[in-house]
Design a protein around this ligand. Sequence first.
Ligand code: PBG
Length: 325
Amino acid sequence: MEIRRRCRRNRWHASMRGLVRETSISPSDLIYPMFVVEGHGVRREISTMPENYHLSIDMLIRECESLLNLGVKAVNLFGYCADKDDQATSAYDDRGLIPRAIRELKKQLPEIYVQTDIALDPYTNHGHDGLVVDGEIVNDATNEVLARMAVCHANAGVDMVSPSDMMDGRVGAIRQALDQAGHPYVAIMAYSAKYASCFYGPFRGALDSAPKSGDKKTYQMDPANRREALKEIALDIEEGADVVMVKPAIAYLDIIAEARAQFDVPIAAYHVSGEYGMILAAAEKGWLDKERAMIETTTAIKRAGADMILTYFAPALARYLKMRV
Ligand code: PBG
């Protein structure tokens, strides 16, 4: 039999496989989402998200120090808010948990890139990302609060804000407010194509932020839609987004790939809590190897076209990558 093109030749030797590898992951591609709580000396494992922790500000600093040593240079902060109300007033309190965390982090570890989530759900008693009036999640009034929250974080020294609420026009509103407040270099990573997904469950457990009634389908996208994602991304770029995001990641690789093909801005993908949890749970049952699943999944997200990945695997992945060199 004459076979002239043998693909297996390029797979024959481990070193050759290294030479032909098209995608690689480095710790500098990763953003680690972290959960800040009040207190001192607190480092409590989150029950819905094993190997991830509720951290008081002092412990957050320690954790970030070890992340930097591993080569992970960016973090995304979420704050646990016990003081919830219907106006989300804690969301833009200058002395609130997140502004204090930003100040301390930027003071002690100026080399770490600090990003914060902008949305009202951890701060509202109803658990929605926007203000609720007569049972409806109102858009434009919410944008004003989001812009206030973003400026509050910028005043504390944040490097980038990440609106995750999916209100219309919020990127433009935030950009304008930041510029007016004298923060032209605070960047915006827009959760542009954020789907109404079941995969946020463990995260909502971590922040006690699940909606008390209804769901998020009037603002987050229908998982069945692709064209609509491209429209959302185009609008966010127009409004001034510096980075656009697709979320979740592994069930939406086609969206990442299409966005990569159509737009020239950096693309982020959020490998969300439920995707993380699926791998951990299956590994616990002995059904798959956790490390290999972690590498394969994050590599696939990058191969699809993501420049950067928000993942709860960031520390484990960076440790694994360090061990291999
Ligand atoms: C807040 C927010 C959510 C996530 C990130 N920011 C939850 C939600 O929209 O309900 C999910 C992250 C994850 O599941 O890992 N708007």
